[in-house]
Design a binder for this molecule. Structure first.
Ligand code: ADP
Ligand code: MG
Length: 353
């Protein structure tokens, strides 16, 4: 099923939690709604599910107006962050629940449950109760339960938010494979950028009830349209800068700008992995800190006349030779973007904070 959302607005009092949002989701695709807490993602998902009404705008399922359809007839499956499994029902009963309340024949349910147990890697656990499962297993049961009635649209709200990092990563790969197998149009909410990029075909970045950018993961990473998106995705350095032609400069640092060049006061945004830094005297900066995180090294330096800058390197990078606190360094920016300085209030903090 294809989803179309047009000029959707939802207010709580005078506050617009969803503010004139429009987008489309292709049939069979997996789309992530990515944004900070409070940006309106869950509200939007609840409107799509029919659990919440909108104040204006419309929702279309294929070419059918769905705005006023009751939740029960929308054919939507929903998975929440907190598994919300029925504690007194077994895994098999949980998965079959949506079918049994619809009065589906017992044998049909049994067959469907068996199929879903296999699909979600839960075979052998059908007689367990939720309390006898790990967090990751419970969330897979929740997903199997949502899939049992064969929804036309699957909505997942921070589905892996309550499980630990390692399991989370397994679940996200599993979700992608499951989606490729089942092919149901799916929208999932997350505030975790890695999760969105690892799993989704398209990512919609939300900010204060609006869609800041809608694109393929690589577009969002490499061509962030707004300063908010650039700062939200990955680790960035931000400097107030002067623009001349397509070059932005701040203190001793200058960088060619990719993409749009703003007019007037600008913010220069450089990803921590989009710059080279090596030992050189005099250079333009003094190295302050060098910290190793597993396979990456974080170098913080003070750029003459511009302030602190952070760069990430692979652990074995030859650029790191001789880099130590107190040494002088040269810097070359490989990719940078710039945005108008106006309208940049309430942005997420950039490194180094
Ligand atoms: P997200 O899922 O992106 O964290 P939500 O959609 O849950 O954001 O919330 C968006 C904003 O709307 C938040 O500021 C939240 O406090 C507000 N909000 C959500 N639901 C209600 C409600 N029922 N009543 C009042 N405010 C709400
Ligand atoms: Mg939410």
């Amino acid at each position: 099923m294809r989803i179309r959302v047009e000029n959707l607005t939802k207010r709580f009092g005078s506050f617009a939690a969803v503010d004139n949002v429009s987008f489309e989701v292709e049939d069979g695709s997996l789309v992530a709604l990515l944004g900070p807490s409070g940006s309106g993602k869950s509200t939007l998902l609840r409107i799509l599910a029919g659990l919440e009404s909108s104040d204006s705008g419309s929702v279309w399922f294929d070419d059918e107006a769905a705005t006023d359809l009751h939740a029960r007839v929308r054919g939507v499956g929903f998975v929440f962050q907190h598994y919300a499994l029925f504690r007194h029902l077994t895994v098999a009963q949980n998965i079959g629940f949506g079918l049994s309340v619809r009065g589906v024949d017992k044998d049909v349910i049994a067959r469907k449950v068996k199929e879903l147990l296999a699909l979600t890697g839960l075979s052998g656990l059908e007689e367990r109760f939720p309390s006898q499962l790990s967090g990751g297993q419970r969330q897979r049961v929740a997903l199997a339960r949502a899939l049992a009635p064969e929804p036309k649209l699957l909505l997942l709200d921070e589905p892996f938010g309550a499980v630990d990092a390692k399991v989370r990563e397994e679940l996200r790969q599993w979700l992608r494979r499951l989606h490729d197998e089942v092919g149901v149009t799916s929208i999932f909410v997350t505030h975790d950028q890695e999760e969105a990029f690892a799993v989704a075909d398209k990512v919609l970045v939300f900010h204060r009830g609006k869609v800041e950018q809608n694109g393929a993961p690589m577009d969002i990473l490499d061509r962030p349209e707004t300063e908010f998106v650039a700062r939200f995705v990955g680790e960035v350095n931000v400097f107030p800068a002067k623009i001349a032609g397509d070059v932005a400069s701040t203190g001793a640092l200058s960088a060619r700008i990719s993409g749009n060049v703003p007019v007037g006061p600008a913010h220069l945004v450089i990803r921590a992995y989009d710059l080279k830094l090596w030992r050189e005297d005099p250079g333009i900066a003094t190295v302050q800190r060098v910290v190793t995180f597993g396979d990456r090294v974080r170098v913080q330096a003070e750029v003459d006349g511009a302030g602190p800058i952070v760069a990430f390197f692979p652990r074995r990078s030859s650029l790191l030779r001789g880099i130590e606190p107190g040494c002088r360094a040269q810097i070359e920016v490989t990719t940078a973007r710039a945005y108008p300085a106006a309208g940049s209030s309430q942005l997420p903090a950039a490194i180094p904070g």
